[in-house]
Write a protein that binds this ligand. Structure first.
Ligand code: NAD
Ligand code: DAU
Length: 351
């Protein structure tokens, strides 16, 4: 097997840490370099179990610093990139769209330029893999599923920045033949998820007997996938995907937000030994998210047909694992929520 030297950006974040862990453990002969700026969302605690492995390396730095990227490519002789670093939270993008444009668009462009400039001996064996999102397709309001040919129709500053980065990746493939791949995944959940996103925020608030803010009427629909299933899909696409192609990844697991929150409340009551219905009493309907996409729904059949990948973890199993992890790691939760971690946008969603 080729001894690959892979640069994973955003490896200290939620999904990135699961991808780094999978690659470090599964491919001991690979060099795995995690490049991360360690923003509020990046946390080296997420990687404690693998940080001493000889094939793991960490580089603290910013994808906006193109000179630094050139140095990292040279230092490790990088031949594969899995690019996850991004500003990832829709609510924050409504508050500070410029930061999203800088990191998600310019950061991706820098990485493309660094790969192009570093791979001067040709692109044989090289892979530039960009991790995108189903949100670039807009909202599947009228039924049906997003396929890879669904027109791009981003509707939040976050999804506009991700769609723009996708276009740059495609442009580098078309113009310079850079060996790119793009995947677009639905909502992930699981351990190490930062508690500004729906599921971990609700878990944290239930633990602290705080209101559970459901936006609007709670009727918006998301397709949930356990994060380790996403990491396995990324592994499949990195090794077996085709150059220049886009792959959808999803859980075939649609939930209305209010149904999901009620199910989570039921699970938490059981785990905490509380009387059934205790947590659900905390549900509070608040002002809706601006431009809130109604429904995301992914058709991942192309990926399954080409690589055999399919989700392995049911939602019931995944949610139970997730709740168990948060209950066993209250220290992690306390650390990441200390200070004013929601200061940017809590005022936007008062009841
Ligand atoms: P996250 O916010 O948990 O992690 C992002 C990571 O990127 C953090 O470690 C952060 O420190 C790092 N980072 C941010 N700006 C950086 C910069 N300028 N330079 C270097 N590092 C920087 O995000 P996540 O939820 O793990 O998402 C990872 C990727 O997957 C993103 O590209 C996101 O768009 C995409 N995605 C996420 C989901 C989801 O449900 N969370 C679904 C589909 C796609
Ligand atoms: O679909 C993939 C996307 O999923 C990723 O690209 C994003 O990075 C990721 O953050 C996620 O985006 P969402 O906006 O769908 O996730 P979030 O957890 O923020 O919200 C999920 C749903 O729950 C959404 O309809 C808004 C709603 N919500 C969210 C929060 C934080 C609430 O009702 N209350 C809340 O407090």
């Amino acid at each position: 097997m080729t001894k690959r030297k892979i640069l994973i950006t955003g490896g200290a974040g939620f999904i990135g840490s699961h991808v780094v862990r999978l690659f470090v453990n599964k491919y001991p002969d690979y060099t795995v370099v995690n490049l991360d700026k360690l923003t509020y969302a990046g946390n080296l605690e997420n990687l404690r179990d693998i940080e001493k492995k000889p094939n793991y390396h960490f580089e603290k730095g910013d994808i906006l610093d193109v000179e630094f990227l050139f140095e990292v490519f040279k230092k490790y002789d990088i031949d594969g990139v899995i690019h996850l670093a991004a500003e990832s939270h829709v609510d924050r993008s409504l508050h500070n769209p410029t930061e999203f444009a800088e990191t998600n668009i310019l950061g991706t462009l820098n990485l493309l330029r660094a790969a192009q400039a570093s791979w001067t001996n040709g692109y044989e064996g090289k892979v530039f893999y960009h991790i995108s999102t189903d949100e670039v397709y807009g909202s599947a309001d009228h039924g049906g599923f997003f396929t890879e040919t669904t027109p791009i129709d981003p509707r939040s500053p976050y999804s506009a920045s991700k769609a723009s980065s996708d276009h740059f990746v495609s442009a580098f493939h078309n113009s310079f033949k850079l060996p790119t791949r793009i995947s677009r995944c639905s909502n992930n959940y699981g351990p190490f998820h930062f508690p500004e996103k729906l599921i971990p925020l609700m878990i944290n608030n239930i633990l602290n007997n705080k209101p559970l803010p459901v936006y609007g009427k709670g009727e918006n629909i998301r397709d949930w996938l356990f994060v380790e299933d996403h990491a396995r899909a990324i592994d499949s696409i990195f090794h077996f995907g085709k150059t220049g192609e886009v792959y959808n990844i999803g859980g075939n697991n649609e939930w209305r937000n209010i149904d999901l929150v009620n199910f989570l409340c039921h699970t938490m009551d059981k785990k905490l030994g509380r009387e059934e219905g205790t947590s659900a009493k905390l549900i509070t309907y608040v002002k809706d998210r601006l431009g809130h996409d109604l429904r995301y729904a992914i058709d991942a059949s192309k990926l399954t047909a080409e690589t055999g990948w399919r989700p392995q973890v049911t939602f019931e199993e995944g949610l139970e694992k997730t709740v168990d992890w948060y209950l066993a790691n209250e220290g992690w939760l306390k650390n990441v929520t200390s200070g004013d971690y929601l200061k940017y946008y809590t005022k936007m969603y008062q009841a």
